[in-house]
Design a protein around this ligand. Structure first.
Ligand SMILES: Cc1cc2nc3c(=O)[nH]c(=O)nc-3n(C[C@H](O)[C@H](O)[C@H](O)COP(=O)(O)OP(=O)(O)OC[C@H]3O[C@@H](n4cnc5c(N)ncnc54)[C@H](O)[C@@H]3O)c2cc1C
Length: 340
């Protein structure tokens, strides 16, 4: 049996999900964040001068790659995209605030990347709060560890992950953040035929005494390594230990701005941004998809525009009877739903 159940969002014991915080772990959650931002901007327009502050503030918690990239993207949207759709909004009121518990952004990257990402974010107008924790979120008010209170209906949590455990495993096999201890062949310690790979697995090596980083490369290559080792066992050959070959890491912080750490050197800015685009394009499966995405990117680059403005409702996509009811309601009002 191979466990590859990945991770879920870690709220570190805070009761945030019940208060309406948004996390970014699945595609649906990404769509939900887009929905909520568009919906809140629609509300600002509808309410006009009476629109409350909580609709304007976008608060992102956690300045790892996801939080930094998202804050940068929102800052670009505020500057280039949203004013086209909502020209009557006063954009000086729209604040993007990034809250991070440690003293730097991108803690897992080099000092150069940390300093550059902070500079880029500030250039884009993102308010970065370092060394500050979220303590509470209630009635659309985030309370920070320094006592500051931010009103927001857009609280996005990218503060961490924890293993998505299944029941039945010995507790002694589970370490910090719900990761399962495995040996160098991905076998769970204490079991003969249960393995764990990817984000859920904690393999301690001399190079990585706290376990490997929870990234796609590790997950994919542990999968390959385990498959090869299972074949080796069948044919009576010796198994090979897994080790992560870190080819580098990168993060983009808005248009023309990115940071890249390679094993022997690091760079940032425009060239890093092109490197990010090129690598991510190459990682996309199939030439057809790559070409379509490339064309989309070129279009967005020159127009600073996106065609993705649909608000997709979870209820409607899950239950066709709800979408039929919604359609009927609109028909009664002489309105029509476009598309499906
Ligand atoms: C927003 C975001 C951005 C990221 N960006 C990068 C990046 O740029 N580069 C990078 O290398 N990594 C990135 N990562 C990390 C990367 O996605 C993970 O390291 C990788 O997906 C881990 O693979 P995995 O197979 O271990 O787990 P996952 O990809 O999480 O897959 C686990 C699967 O198991 C399913 N599952 C869970 N429990 C059960 C169950 N009980 N029964 C059946 N199925 C179950 C889940 O639904 C899920 O589909 C990012 C992650 C996030 C959230």
């Amino acid at each position: 049996m191979v466990l590859a159940t990945g991770c879920v969002t870690n709220y570190f014991g805070l009761k945030l999900p019940e208060s309406g915080v948004y996390s970014l772990k699945t595609t649906y959650e990404a769509i939900q964040i887009r929905n909520i931002i568009i919906r809140n901007f629609e509300n600002i327009v509808a309410k006009g001068a009476d629109a409350p502050e909580e609709l304007y503030n976008i608060v992102i918690v956690g300045a790892g790659p996801t939080g930094v990239e998202m804050a940068g993207a929102f800052a670009e949207m505020k500057k280039n995209i949203l004013p086209k759709d909502y020209p009557r909004i006063n954009y000086s009121k729209v604040r993007i605030i990034l809250v991070e518990g440690s003293k730097t952004t991108l803690t897992a990257m080099s000092t150069t990347a940390q300093e550059a990402s902070l500079k880029f974010l500030r250039q884009l107008g993102v308010e970065v709060r370092l060394g500050i924790f979220v303590k509470e979120f209630e009635n659309h008010i985030v309370t920070l560890s320094d006592g500051e209170q931010l009103k927001t209906k857009n609280l996005i949590w990218t503060g961490g992950i924890k293993g998505n455990l299944i029941g039945g495993l010995e507790k002694s096999m589970i370490e910090r953040n719900n990761r399962i201890i495995v040996d160098r062949f991905n076998k769970i310690k204490g079991y003969n035929d249960i393995y764990a790979i990817g984000d859920i697995a904690l393999m301690k090596t001399q190079k990585y005494p706290n376990g490997h980083p929870q990234v796609a490369n590790v997950a994919i290559n542990q999968g390959k390594s385990l498959a090869q080792n299972l074949k080796r066992v069948q044919t009576g050959k010796a198994q090979e230990e897994y080790e992560y070959k870190d080819r580098g890491s990168m993060a983009t912080v808005g248009k023309f701005k990115a940071v890249v750490d390679l094993p022997y050197f690091n760079f940032n800015g425009l060239i890093a941004w092109f490197a990010w685009m090129f690598l991510h394009l190459m990682l996309i499966l199939s030439v057809r998809n790559r070409l379509i995405i490339f064309i989309n990117w070129v279009w967005s680059f020159f127009t600073n525009d996106t065609s993705l403005r649909l608000i997709l409702s979870e209820e409607m996509s899950k239950d066709p009877s709800i979408s039929r009811k919604a359609e009927q309601k609109l028909k009664n009002k002489n309105l029509h739903l476009g598309g499906s």
